[in-house]
Write a protein that binds this ligand. Structure first.
Ligand SMILES: [Zn+2]
Length: 281
């Protein structure tokens, strides 16, 4: 009796599953290669409701190297990116790794609940020498406006095709703040947001609301929690340690580009609060 009941439940479940799959989009067969040759297998294609694109993030980089070395590194070594934008205005964009495959550009990385962002991101490298140290200070190289335009057009296309959210368009330094500085404080994030609708930027009115929010009662723990809430991989160590300084620097590279000393202040904190209010409710 119990067996019969189990079978009825099983049949009912199968009925439910089939009833849920109403949209048959394609009927066809596939050729499967086996050890003894190839075999034709009949199949049906359903368009399941539960799915998303693998390409959730777009990560921007600079190469540090010149054009020739960048091409060599990204094609012949253990690093790669999906796209390379060189420093030659009339040169097409290099497409180096299929968008459905993993490129090796992010390394050890995290954002929000995601880790190892090679798994779910598109990497774009831009030929730019990065920075030089002058009297112990980092001096960064500018990006020509045509290079930014080229990048923006590519990113817009990717956003459209993969429905990438603004919160997931980030720099390498955002997802690996302990190791990386790219694309650096001269990468024009605000311009990309305003002129091309790319990525995140805060609203001035929100920032104004929080202009006095940072005072000596704000503990390192609160700062770390705000940065963590935004997405940064940061430990709540309750002190202003090296890792916190690196994360604050990464944040300033992206959102407060005229001061990137890694020290939290009223302006940086107001921007952080404004961004959390807008994007991380
Ligand atoms: Zn990078």
């Amino acid at each position: 009796m119990r067996i019969i009941l189990k079978r009825i439940i099983l049949l009912f479940n199968i009925f439910l599953i089939l009833a849920g799959c109403t949209s048959i989009t394609e009927k066809g067969s596939r050729v499967i290669n086996t050890r003894s040759g190839s075999e034709r297998v009949d199949g049906l294609t359903y368009n399941s409701k539960g799915q998303n694109f693998r390409q959730r993030f777009i990560i921007l980089h600079y190469t540090v190297s010149d054009r020739e070395r960048s091409i060599d590194l990204l094609t012949n070594k253990d690093v790669s990116s999906h796209y390379l934008i060189t420093d030659r205005e009339n040169e097409p964009i290099y497409y180096l790794v299929d968008e459905n495959k993993r490129a090796w550009h992010a390394g050890v990385s995290s954002w929000g609940n995601f880790t190892n962002l090679n798994d779910n991101s598109i990497g774009i490298e831009i030929v730019n020498k990065g920075f030089i140290l002058k009297d112990g200070k980092m001096e960064f190289y500018r990006y020509p406006s045509w290079q930014i335009h080229k990048t923006a057009v590519l990113v817009q296309d990717l956003i459209k095709r993969y429905e990438v959210e603004p919160q997931n368009i980030l720099g390498h330094s955002d997802i690996a703040p302990q190791r990386k500085q790219d694309p650096g404080p001269l990468f024009p994030w605000e311009e990309l947001y305003r002129d091309y609708g790319i990525g995140m930027w805060y609203d001035e009115t929100d920032k104004e609301k929080y202009k006095d929010a940072f005072d000596n009662r704000i503990t390192p723990e609160e700062v770390q929690k705000e940065l963590r809430k935004f997405g940064y991989g940061i430990a709540v160590s309750k002190v202003y340690d090296e890792q916190t300084k690196n994360v604050i620097t990464a944040f300033q590279f992206h959102f407060r580009q005229n001061k990137y000393d890694g020290i939290m202040d009223a302006e940086t904190f107001a921007v952080l609060k404004a961004l959390n209010e807008k994007y991380k409710k």
